[in-house]
Write a protein that binds this ligand. Structure first.
Ligand code: ATR
Length: 287
């Protein structure tokens, strides 16, 4: 693609942004789909998010992604916010509208699309969710909205799980999230669960770490989904597989959060074939 007078710009604001794979996602998509669009990383210093968003607006940037540590802080700089993003309390995608940006959360729809593409069902399921931080909170909300029967939220700091459960249950109007201390996994009834690993434990370079190491847990898991994709196979995933379950990493979630953002910016539907091509390129980065 040749950059010319009609080229539209999208980008990523966060700190740090040096290791992002998002430029690979969006610049590959714009090439595949023949759009005149470039995507670049913008490191933003602490305390300058509001200025960055105002500047982006003034420069007529088509859209932005937002990453750590600004996903909540950016909300006050928006003109409008999508309901899902508002309930989650985190925004990762900004779309230009007249007079400012509208904020969305495509991380969670991305996770949902990633799971659906692997044939994983949330509706009616009993789910074990590890963690109660920003990522796990959003997963809890997604599971509640998508019809999970129960979500057992296990966290080292049980008070955090209790707060999240109370908030999500109130928002969805049913007692779906059950907060528990991590060590109470032994109290889960003997059946098979979908388990989602939503903590930062096991992330490179700490690849031998895992929240729970006990075979008794893994015998209860039919499918494990780790939000981490670096390393390609986490210890959590390995333990799930060793006990006969299917395990997936978070790379498809990363892929689809990007695809959905791209669709919002360009008003298009990205063909699955193009999504697969981007996925193969991303995967080449790890294996
Ligand atoms: P994120 O935005 O990635 O979710 P976060 O909000 O800092 O990050 O949350 C990190 C999650 O990983 C939390 O659930 C945290 O548990 P606590 O709430 O008890 O802090 C969990 N976590 C991080 N390090 C952990 C460790 N060594 N053992 C167990 N849980 C850990």
């Amino acid at each position: 693609m040749e950059i010319n007078g009609k080229t539209r710009t999208c980008g990523l604001i966060g700190n740090p942004v040096e290791h992002t794979l998002s430029p690979m996602i969006h610049n590959t998509l714009s090439k595949l789909l023949g759009h005149n669009l470039v995507y670049v990383p913008f490191p933003v210093e602490q305390g300058r998010v509001d200025t960055a968003v105002a500047g982006a607006d003034a420069l007529n940037l088509l859209g932005l992604n937002v990453t750590v540590p600004y996903k909540s802080e950016v909300i006050k700089s928006l003109r409008e916010i999508d309901e899902l993003a508002e309930n989650i309390g985190a925004v990762n995608t900004l779309v230009k509208t007249d007079g400012g940006y509208k904020g969305y959360n495509t991380d969670m729809e991305g996770l949902y699309r990633a799971m659906t593409s692997e044939g994983i069902v949330i509706d009616g399921e009993q789910i074990i969710l590890l963690g109660a931080g920003g990522a796990a909170r959003a997963v809890a909300y997604l599971c509640a909205v998508k019809g999970a029967d129960k979500v057992y939220m296990l966290n080292r700091t049980v008070g955090k799980a209790e707060t999240v459960a109370e908030e999500v249950n109130r928002t969805v109007g049913r007692e779906v999230i059950v907060p528990m201390a991590t060590e109470d996994y032994t109290k889960l009834s003997d059946r098979k669960y979908l388990a989602i690993q939503g903590t930062s434990v096991g992330l490179a370079p700490h690849t031998e770490d895992v929240v729970i190491d006990d075979a008794a847990l893994y015998e209860k898991i039919h499918t494990g989904f780790d939000l981490i994709y670096n390393p390609w196979e986490t210890k959590f995933m390995r333990l799930v597989k060793e006990h006969g379950g299917n395990a997936y990493n978070g790379l498809k979630m990363l892929l689809y959060q990007g695809i959905i953002a791209y669709e919002l910016w360009n008003g298009v539907s990205v063909p699955e074939e193009s999504a697969q091509m981007v996925y193969e390129k991303l995967k080449g980065h790890f294996v």
